[in-house]
Design a protein around this ligand. Structure first.
Ligand SMILES: Cc1ncc(COP(=O)(O)O)c(C=O)c1O
Length: 376
């Protein structure tokens, strides 16, 4: 049997990883400034994480959601403490797409409406409603296209107002800082007005923090810089540091009923143990502060680079924009300099999404590599 060929692969097979480094079968060391697509938050194979998962699997790896699972309650209370999102309720699932799918479904249950407003260059995942709310026609199958979604340019509050006025919109879904779309972010005024309009027209504001959450921007959630209180916040990626876990934080005005949402694997014991270890390390090692400090250092270094058109993003969710496609540069960074970086929808943008444990010396290593590339 062959693998279904949907991924263009680099010819590297990592077998081991530690903190910000990944190793292949020959022992070659790669600096991971991609974090497996913004997933690695506390560093690869962190001892606290390995211990927590190992101990948990020796006791109880999984049982269904039909019994008490105190680890879910522990995760909810630790999330409240670190995110300051008081009073929200938590529903756990397995991935970012699933988090958004549940968020959209919940919005539709709550408002009894079915249209969604999303934004140009958005990415919300590949399941039914989530992919329909994703601005990429190539990955939307006819079965998904039956969802009613209107795409509006970020910042165009007049069009949002016009769409909401029809009173058929269950949710407005937005990444406060876009991921694969290319790290665009609008003003606090825009996000605040969005919230105000959602309240006015009884639509829910869903903030997708799948990529930007869990400290990646230096704040626990990216939306927190903008002084808003979303109705639903979706999470995944950094939440499990590689262990598949996702979730939504749900405003208390949205009431639960038995069977409204559900999952077999979501919130299982191992996934909770993984996420609890992530939260412990984020706090013990002050990683949000590290993200902000290293980001600052990165920006200072980037400002000195004459070949750079623009630096985008914040925290450790950064993008370097050039005036040429970066595919070749990305390949050279991997194969000549052993550094992983990310790409974006914009072919000229190189994305930097390292573990939040990254240090100045690793940023130096990256800029030294860039310098060599631009000399040759
Ligand atoms: C902002 C955002 N939302 C949702 C998703 C989908 O997450 P997953 O791949 O875990 O389904 C992603 C994945 O890249 C993402 O960046």
């Amino acid at each position: 049997m062959s693998l279904f060929d949907v991924y263009p692969l680099f010819n590297i097979a990592p077998v081991k990883a530690k903190d910000v480094f990944v190793y292949d079968q020959h022992g070659t060391e790669y600096l991971d400034l991609y974090g497996g697509h913004a997933v690695i938050s506390i560093g690869h194979s962190h001892p606290e994480y390995v211990k927590s998962i190992s101990e948990q699997v020796q006791n109880l790896g999984f049982y269904s959601n039909s019994i008490q699972n105190p680890l879910q309650n522990a995760l909810a209370s630790e999330l409240t403490k670190q995110s300051n999102c008081e009073d929200y309720n938590l529903f756990l699932c397995n991935s970012g797409a699933e988090a958004n799918e549940n968020a959209l479904k919940l919005a539709s249950f709550h408002t009894q409406k079915k249209k969604v407003i999303s934004f140009t260059n958005s990415f919300h995942g590949r399941t039914s409603a989530a992919v329909a709310a994703t601005d990429n026609a190539k990955i939307v199958a006819p079965i998904n296209a039956q969802q009613e979604v209107e795409f509006i340019n970020i910042g165009d509050i007049i069009s949002v107002d016009r769409a909401l006025r029809k009173n058929d919109v269950c949710a407005v879904i937005i990444e406060c800082i876009q991921g694969v779309g290319g790290l665009d972010e609008n003003s606090s005024k825009f996000y605040q007005k969005l919230q105000e309009l959602c309240h006015q027209y009884n639509s829910l504001l869903i903030v997708d923090e799948v990529q930007s959450g869990f400290g990646r921007t230096g704040d626990f959630f990216a939306f927190q810089k903008h002084g808003i209180q979303p109705d639903i916040i979706s999470l995944a990626k950094g939440m499990g540091n590689g262990f598949p876990i996702g979730g939504i934080l749900i405003h208390p005005k949205i009431k639960a009923s038995y069977g409204m949402l559900g999952t077999t694997f979501g919130g299982n014991h191992l996934a909770c143990a993984a996420s609890l270890a992530v939260l412990k390390v984020l706090q013990d090692e002050n990683l949000l502060q590290n993200a902000s400090e290293i980001s600052q250092y990165f920006m200072e270094k980037a400002n000195d680079q004459p070949y750079l058109k623009r630096l985008k993003g914040r925290g450790l969710m950064l993008g370097l924009e050039f005036d040429f496609p970066v595919a070749e540069l990305r390949k050279n960074l991997i194969f000549k300099h052993q550094i992983f970086t990310g790409s974006a929808k914009n072919p000229n943008l190189l994305r930097i999404l390292p573990p939040l444990t990254v240090q100045r010396k690793h940023i130096d290593q990256f800029f030294d590599a860039l310098k060599t590339e631009f000399k040759s």
